[in-house]
Ligand binder design. Structure first.
Ligand code: NAP
Length: 481
């Protein structure tokens, strides 16, 4: 008996009905290689059916009061919180992150449901002073309609609630396609949503091994009014093209290449702790992970020696066991990418000072690694590493490091460590990244806008910005008053 058995669902969810399918696909535990479940594999017929169910449900859900939606979402939030341990153990089993980190993700994921349960009661329109007599100008906010959400494997709970909570709160209905590697957390969340009273058709979930075909229907179907996607920039571009045919609204939370900048005047332990938190969370598999660590010349020797000590204390192993900070990478492709980037960097002069290879814990485990002497000719200065590898660069002055930090097509998160408030302002304003951590390595909260610039995408998740993504602002002009 596993702690998550009660929440384990292996079917497609359409109209609050758990449907089977002709085909099934396996979901494996990346730490052990064990099979967790064989999940019904949605095909394009299921997508059309789910879109139809969501369209019918929108007729009523879109017209319910904000208060009644709020009450259901609050109930969902409470259920998720009550099942934190079970959800976290399922998350660890299918994704690999350590149990404490998985628990943190469940609580963080739930915070979006709570926040939007509250925020939906404040989606105010406005009255606008008219420029001529006899007219009254105002705006109202209305749900955009049927929304499709496509989410990645690295946060199998939070990337879903960050989209679905504001969408449902706004009055939209949803068709969700979770990642093939991690559909079980999505299905477990949906089972709790049903228990909370989400009506049939309001939330539909399509686990699938055929993302491209399912994605194409979602992007081109005229009934779907918006796509919200989190994933790679490469796939984001495909979806953007597909959405053009029906001029769909889009939110794209894409890849990152986060610079961390440690200035000479930083509090060294704050910088070490913040960089470590940003780099090694989820074994380095987050879009906001430190990808390039720039350290100023004077503080460099001290930073390296303390950072190395801190990295040496990270325990690698199965996330389901106690006192583990680094779990496995998600799959073979993930570990091959890390190896390829490391090989390229060392060929071009990088020096491995800690780690550098696979970990004895098993095939998908990689040692926490630090490489120094990095430069911008290396592939890892351009691509997301998505593994537990710290790439360290040295810099001389502020002007130089701002230029280097911006030398990427990505623009998601960046981090600055300095005790000079003027410098913090100056540099934060110049960085072409959507989120800036200042003396802080963990920056995302339900209350704040998460999102990127440049090829990291557009649209915000979190805060009052997040619900706007699912609302139309309609303008009314009343004449003859
Ligand atoms: P991915 O390969 O782009 O996949 C993301 C989602 O898109 C998955 O559900 C995937 O399904 C689906 N997908 C893949 N190809 C598709 C297609 N042709 N049409 C429609 N859907 C398609 O990314 P990933 O490897 O899962 O996730 C890691 C990436 O996500 C990184 O680049 C990371 O930076 C980014 N990310 C960004 C944020 C953010 O907020 N900006 C947050 C987390 C992650 P399958 O799983 O079945 O392939």
């Amino acid at each position: 008996m596993k702690p998550y058995d009660q929440l384990l669902r292996d079917c497609i969810l359409i109209n609050n009905y758990w449907a089977s399918a002709d085909r099934r696909f396996p979901v494996m535990n990346p730490a052990t290689g064990d099979l967790i479940a064989e999940v019904a594999d949605a095909d394009t017929n299921h997508v059309v059916e789910a879109i139809g169910a969501a369209a019918v449900a929108f007729e009523t859900w879109g017209k319910t009061t904000a208060r009644s939606r709020s009450l259901i979402l609050k109930k969902w939030y409470q259920l998720v919180m009550q099942h934190t341990d079970a959800l976290a153990s399922l998350l660890t089993a299918e994704q690999g992150k350590p149990f404490t980190e998985a628990k943190g993700e469940v609580i963080y994921g739930a915070s979006f449901i709570e926040w939007y349960a509250e925020e939906c009661r404040r989606t105010y329109g406005e009255t606008i002073p008219a420029p001529v007599a006899g007219k009254r100008l105002l705006t109202i906010k209305q749900p955009v309609g049927v929304v499709a959400a496509i989410t990645p494997w690295n946060f199998p709970v939070a990337m879903i609630t960050r989209k679905i909570a504001p969408a449902l709160a706004a009055g939209c209905t949803v068709v969700l396609k979770p990642a093939e590697d991690t559909p079980l957390s999505a299905l477990a969340l949906a089972s709790l949503a049903i228990e909370a009273g989400i009506p049939p058709g309001v939330l539909n979930v399509l686990p699938t091994s055929d993302a491209a075909s399912i994605g194409k229907v979602l992007c081109t179907h005229p009934v779907v009014k918006k796509i919200s996607f989190t994933g790679s920039t490469e796939v984001g571009k495909i979806l953007m093209e597909q959405c053009a045919s029906t001029v769909k609204r889009l939110s794209l939370e894409l890849g990152g290449n986060a610079p961390v900048i440690v200035f000479d005047d930083a509090d060294i332990m704050v910088a070490v702790k913040g960089t470590l938190a940003s780099k090694y969370r989820n074994a380095g598999q987050t879009c906001v992970c430190a990808n390039r660590i720039f350290v100023q010349q004077k503080i460099y020797p001290d930073f390296i020696s303390r950072y190395r000590e801190a990295v040496a204390e990270l325990n690698v192993g199965n996330g389901a066991t106690e006192n583990v900070q680094i779990g496995p990478l998600i799959n073979e492709a993930g570990i091959n990418k890390v190896r390829r980037l490391l090989f390229d960097a060392t060929e071009k002069g990088a020096e491995v000072i800690t780690g550098g290879g696979t970990h004895p814990a098993g095939g998908l485990f990689f040692e926490p690694t630090i490489i120094t002497n990095c430069n911008d000719s290396m592939l890892l200065s351009r691509e997301e590493i998505f593994g537990p590898v710290s790439a360290i660069y040295v810099f001389n002055d502020e002007h130089e490091v701002v230029r280097l930090a911006n030398k990427t097509e990505y623009g998601l998160a960046a981090y600055i460590f300095t005790q000079d408030i003027n410098r913090a302002w100056r540099v934060a304003e110049q960085l072409e990244h959507g989120m800036i951590g200042i003396n802080e390595g963990i920056i995302s909260h339900a209350e704040a806008p998460f999102g990127g610039m440049k090829e990291s995408g557009f649209g915000k998740e979190g805060g009052y910005y997040g619900i706007e993504e699912y609302l139309e602002t309609k303008y009314l002009c009343i004449g003859g008053v």
